[in-house]
Design a protein around this ligand. Sequence first.
Ligand SMILES: Cc1cc2nc3c(=O)[nH]c(=O)nc-3n(C[C@H](O)[C@H](O)[C@H](O)COP(=O)(O)OP(=O)(O)OC[C@H]3O[C@@H](n4cnc5c(N)ncnc54)[C@H](O)[C@@H]3O)c2cc1C
Ligand code: FES
Length: 301
Amino acid sequence: MKKTGSVNKGQFDARVCSNAQAGKRFWRLRLELNGDGAKSFAAALPGQFAELDVSNLPLPNKENIPDDLRDSAGRSILLRRPFSFSDITASETKTEVEILYCVRGPGTLRMTSLREDGRVSIIGPLGNGFSVPADKQTALLVAGGMGIAPLEYLRKFLSVNHPKMKIIIFVGARTAQELSCGPEGCMGGSEAILATDDGSVGFKGPITLCLEEWLQKTGLTGSQCVMYACGPEAMLAKIAEIARIQDADCQVSLERMMACGIGICQSCAVECIVPNSKETVYKLCCEDGPVFDSREIVFRS
Ligand SMILES: Cc1cc2nc3c(=O)[nH]c(=O)nc-3n(C[C@H](O)[C@H](O)[C@H](O)COP(=O)(O)OP(=O)(O)OC[C@H]3O[C@@H](n4cnc5c(N)ncnc54)[C@H](O)[C@@H]3O)c2cc1C
Ligand code: FES
């Protein structure tokens, strides 16, 4: 898994290897790419993403449509949908990309109808991805809800490419059922700390409070660790504040509604601080991100 970070993006045709339900609303889709697509995605970094064309996929049978999506299910899909990678495995001839997705609307609902050997058009790899500072011994990965997806791949990437780095994963969700990693928090051997709002598993309360208490208990200082976070914006704002107090490096992966994914439509603006000034500028989540230094972001929530 040697990565350069310099990747040729393109539009590729992928074969569906599997599409398995992994929880009430969670699915894991594995796509196989060959040729140039295999080369491009083999070099993709954790935190980068792809745009899938789901416009031609059929709806699942009526009984498999959740009640809250019955009205919106039939909406036509004009735009591609962005997804990060929860895993990438590459061999000489092919690359497999895994997408961990949550059924939220008509596009992701249609994705559940994908079957082995189906075909999907995929554009990527897009965006910048997480980076790894040279001088840190510990990586704290903090996920809220579906934010776990790119952090699963980051965990694997760090354990292969930075084997001396200690990795601790904090995963928060509203309930045990909404933990896409399962209540056991299976994280490929890395230490996982779970939190749920209702206390049905792990720490009772927000994952950010759990992280704060853990930092206090362990005495780990900001200079020893790097924080990586993905999840709801309010959670990211709180993590950014914790990182600022600890003086820790912190990278946050942001979500924005994305129309083109390649810097044309300007729909994915992120307000950023201009260093040493009161001014702000707008950057593009799809091109300048989705991963940003937490010190750079103007959080509004
Ligand atoms: C860079 C990036 C990476 C992503 N990675 C993943 C991933 O790994 N797994 C995953 O399940 N989802 C991921 N998403 C979110 C995913 O793109 C949306 O859930 C999906 O597009 C919803 O499509 P839909 O047609 O099912 O629902 P829609 O009808 O398009 O939306 C359903 C609901 O979700 C909200 N929503 C849709 N897209 C977004 C978004 N981008 N940000 C915030 N709210 C949104 C809508 O406002 C609406 O309320 C990612 C988004 C971005 C920008
Ligand atoms: S999604 Fe179009 S510019 Fe970012």
